[in-house]
Write a protein that binds this ligand. Structure first.
Ligand SMILES: NC(=O)C1=CN([C@@H]2O[C@H](COP(=O)(O)OP(=O)(O)OC[C@H]3O[C@@H](n4cnc5c(N)ncnc54)[C@H](OP(=O)(O)O)[C@@H]3O)[C@@H](O)[C@H]2O)C=CC1
Ligand SMILES: O=C(O)CCC(=O)C(=O)O
Length: 472
């Protein structure tokens, strides 16, 4: 990604991270144009809010069908622009349509309450109403499903959306915007903004028409936006970093646990906030598990994401490539026990941003690799003796998004459910596992705002309550 000037105008470029070739470019819009988009969205919302909520849900169903019809093209773009392997890219398209189909039903379920008044002549009830125009800021790692899981609940609740996608995946965003434009949504209801994040953040913070902002990305950026929007007191929701623990108890099925460390930790090259990154393994099975995991890691083929045999493609761009390599270098400098992978020479000029999976063993809690979100295919393993101490260590982290335990013992499983500090909790499942009908989100430095995404709860962020008292 980069900006270049063409005559007077500036462009945002996007590349294929597997080849470093330029894929395309979109014009960066100026402040006046951002204002126009916000104002057009406001006009479109006046029409949309008068469409009944179940009918708004029908349009989400239409969007699901349109996305399904474009599945091949969208899959191709997710491979080319985000570096996802074909199966994972196709999975993201399917997941996106499932999210739309689930959230479509929320139109018919946009319930209020009717509560008996103390006065027999008074009827008291409450309804959920849209906020107006909302700002949405999304990352590059799940560039189709995340925008949709924010935009769909906003729309079904009756709002308009001004959406700022990540610069690394603007062609996917453009394709999604084309699908919104081709649907029966009122013209201008969803407005994509191609402009630098800080400028859009400032605009969302200052423009009176923007009534709420939803963000997914890094914790640092989420906190900056939170500060920016605070003076106007508007609603803000952020889903941010993770450093997710994966606990292996003495009775765990080690083969399955190793496969799920790979499924959860290396999916999309570990570029997921839900990625497994800290493996706590009981001393009694440590050696056996290390053997099993390194055996399975050797079968993880990293390469051309179009190749059906590849399990991991490149990381998304040069910045991410440098960041992940610098973490691996830091593990080597700390003289950690390198159990798999490592740091091969940097790729040649014309090759893509590929990084082999890397596993460091016997990592201590103080290590930078055990504390910071790497957002790449780097796993750390921490052997433990005592389960209580392990849970304490697992919680001794600023983040709280996801976690997993592998055990058949109900007491251990329930103790973990009770004590683990994370918004998503898995027993014998990968940390990245989630379903659209269940709430999604984290605690501690992972989440701001207390609202959850996905599930029925997703709509709450985009509505406000109106309480009505009517005398007969
Ligand atoms: N937990 C998660 O889901 C994600 C975590 N990350 C983490 O963040 C690191 C850096 O990645 P990066 O892409 O820079 O992540 P950011 O969090 O900085 O960016 C995410 C989105 O926010 C936008 N943005 C950035 N600054 C502002 C701002 N001040 N106001 C409004 N919007 C803003 C970005 O646009 P623009 O780039 O144009 O500024 C992008 O669309 C990664 O290495 C990873 O650790 C990244 C993506 C997702
Ligand atoms: O795709 C998901 O389920 C989680 C989203 C995610 O990984 C992220 O926001 O980084």
């Amino acid at each position: 990604m980069g900006t270049t000037s063409i005559t007077e105008e500036k462009e945002m470029e996007t590349i294929n991270p597997a080849t470093k070739e330029k894929l395309g470019a979109l014009r960066i819009i100026n402040e006046k144009e951002i204002n126009q988009k916000i104002e057009s969205a406001e006009q479109a919302q006046k029409v949309w809010r008068k469409t009944s909520a179940p009918n708004r849900g029908d349009v989400l169903l239409e969007l699901a069908t349109l996305i399904e019809q474009e599945k091949e093209g969208l899959t191709q773009l997710l491979v080319d622009e985000a570096g996802k392997c074909t199966a994972q890219a196709a999975g993201e398209v399917d997941r996106t349509t499932s999210i739309l189909r689930f959230l479509a039903g929320e139109g018919a379920r946009l319930t209020g309450t009717t509560i008996p008044s103390t006065d027999i002549n008074i009827m008291a009830y409450s309804v959920q109403r849209p906020l107006g125009v909302v700002g949405i800021i999304t990352p590059w790692n799940v560039p189709l499903a995340i925008p949709v899981w924010k935009i769909a609940p906003a729309l079904v609740a009756g709002n308009a959306v001004v959406w700022k996608p990540a610069p690394q995946t603007i062609l996917i965003a453009e394709k999604l915007q084309e699908i919104f434009d081709a649907s029966s949504l009122p013209e201008g209801l969803v407005q994509m903004v191609i402009a630098p994040g800080p400028e859009v953040g400032k605009k969302f913070a200052e423009h009176e028409t923007i009534k709420a902002v939803s963000f997914t990305g890094s914790t640092d950026t989420g906190r900056i936006i939170n500060q920016m929007v605070a003076p106007r007191g508007i609603r803000f929701q952020a889903e941010m970093g993770g450093k997710n623990p994966f606990i292996i108890m003495p009775d765990a099925n080690l083969e399955r646990a190793a496969a799920d460390v790979i499924a959860g930790g290396l999916l999309d090259g570990g570029q997921r906030c839900t990625a497994t990154s800290r493996i706590f393994v009981h001393q009694s099975v440590h050696q056996a598990f290390r053997k099993e995991l390194t055996k399975q890691l050797a079968n993880v083929r990293v390469g051309n994401p179009h190749d059906a045999l590849s399990i991991m493609g490149p990381v998304v761009d040069e910045q991410q490539y440098r960041t992940v390599r610098s973490y691996i270098q830091s593990g080597i400098d700390e003289q950690l026990d390198l159990a798999f992978g490592g740091l091969p020479p940097a790729v040649e000029e014309n090759k893509g941003y590929f990084i082999q999976p890397t596993l460091f063993d016997h990592v201590t809690q103080e290590s930078k690799l055990a504390q910071e979100e790497i957002f790449g295919p780097v796993l750390v393993m921490i052997p433990f003796d005592d389960f209580d101490a392990c849970l304490e260590q697992a919680n001794d982290i600023r983040y709280g998004l996801s976690s997993s335990i592998y055990t058949q013992n109900i007491d251990w499983a329930l103790q973990y459910v009770e004590e683990i500090e994370s918004g998503l909790v898995h027993i014998n499942l990968p940390s990245a596992y989630s379903e659209p009908q269940m709430p999604f989100g984290g605690i501690k430095a992972t989440g701001i705002g207390g609202f959850r995404e996905l599930g029925q709860h997703a709509v709450s962020f985009y509505t406000e309550w109106k309480t009505i008292y009517a005398r007969k």
